[in-house]
Design a protein around this ligand. Structure first.
Ligand SMILES: Cc1cc2nc3c(=O)[nH]c(=O)nc-3n(C[C@H](O)[C@H](O)[C@H](O)COP(=O)(O)OP(=O)(O)OC[C@H]3O[C@@H](n4cnc5c(N)ncnc54)[C@H](O)[C@@H]3O)c2cc1C
Length: 318
């Protein structure tokens, strides 16, 4: 059972990746895949999933769930999933996924494996790989109890291609308000929020090597060359107030999986790379040829960014 992630009436791209991961697990365990969408906008989103993936999708309209609320989502899932006899529950390893998945595992007395990056299919059943200790080690885990709750690292699985089979069925379920101990009064978007960061196909990221706030203009102009781009930063850049914390990528910031990630003056500390390692193609600009970011980059530009970026912009006509 894939738990769709969505906001502002749009499915998050990770939902399609969850379906891809579910496909691997389901084929190994001979289970059927289904999806569930919770919230006020559930029906059109459930229809989109059913149409594009061909899987049966539950549109769960929960009384009073106007905004995402981890506690309400967890309690609604804890009521619904045993009825549907879900054996494996997959959510995103995102701030919202982490708001409900561990507690749901406790409610369901389920095994819980967070941050899944890959699945290997073995004679004894599926086993799951994840990074631990800031990526210093990789762990291989297998469940010894069922059901199983997984959170899946965004960017770790390639989104499943659209189904060619007929449209999946959509079933609408109405649940009364769960007995929450908290309620969401209001949701206010943070000042300077770059709402596009999670959806941008190109992320131009600034590190401390940018040197001074004025140099961010070079990165802004670079981002302006693409139709779907967002500006992001490492933690020091956000600590300095040059960018908002909503633009921070990494362990304590956002996880992004754009098609192109341009890291400018970023050393490649593990706490940063965990948030961008799932990017499709990585270009790093750093004056230090030993910078760790080059271990991850597809293209390594060893140069002062104040020299390289103006030259690149001039060539690109930006
Ligand atoms: C619990 C915890 C959580 C954390 N969470 C995060 C997080 O979410 N995100 C995050 O980013 N960090 C996080 N950090 C901080 C992280 O450990 C690093 O300190 C941080 O990522 C380093 O940022 P940086 O690469 O911009 O700066 P630095 O490590 O200082 O690197 C700057 C780089 O710029 C290069 N450079 C300098 N001048 C130039 C130039 N003119 N042209 C080109 N290159 C140049 C240098 O060679 C260097 O490699 C966290 C740390 C902890 C302990």
């Amino acid at each position: 059972m894939v738990v769709a992630e969505h906001a502002q009436g749009l499915l998050a791209p990770v939902t399609w990746e969850l379906l891809a991961c579910a496909g691997q697990v389901a084929s190994d365990l001979d289970l059927e895949i289904a999806a569930v969408v919770l919230g006020q906008d559930a029906q059109p989103l459930a229809q989109e999933i059913a149409r594009c993936s061909g899987v049966k999708t539950w549109a769960v309209e929960v009384e009073g769930l106007a905004h995402f609320h981890g506690e309400a989502q967890r309690l609604a899932l804890a009521e619904l999933l045993p009825r549907l006899e879900a054996q494996v529950v997959l959510g995103a390893h995102s701030t919202s996924g982490l708001d409900w998945a561990p507690a749901l595992a406790v409610d369901l007395e389920a095994a819980y494996i967070p941050g899944v990056e890959s699945v290997s299919l073995e004679a004894a059943g599926p086993t799951f790989w994840r990074s631990a200790h800031f990526g210093k080690v990789r762990e291989k885990l297998s469940p010894v109890a069922w059901p199983l709750v997984l959170t899946v690292q965004p960017g770790a699985f390639e989104a499943a291609p659209p189904a060619e089979a007929s449209q999946g069925e959509v079933e609408v379920v109405h649940l009364s308000a769960p007995p929450c101990r908290t309620k969401v009064l209001e949701v206010v978007e943070g000042a300077g929020t770059d709402a596009g960061l999670g959806r941008a196909q190109v992320v131009v990221a600034a590190g401390r090597g940018v040197g001074q706030v004025e140099n961010l203009e070079l990165l802004r102009r670079l981002a302006g060359l693409f139709s779907s781009a967002a500006l992001a930063g490492s933690r020091p850049v956000c600590d300095l107030g040059w960018l908002g914390y909503s633009q921070q990528v990494g362990l304590t910031g956002a996880t992004v999986t754009p098609r192109l990630y341009l890291a400018c003056g970023i050393s490649g500390a593990r706490q940063h790379t965990v948030g961008m390692q799932g990017s499709g193609f990585i270009v790093a600009v750093n004056s230090d040829p030993q910078a760790a970011i080059f271990n991850l980059a597809d293209v390594c530009v060893v140069e002062d960014l104040t020299v390289f970026l103006p030259a690149l912009l001039e060539m690109a006509g930006g």
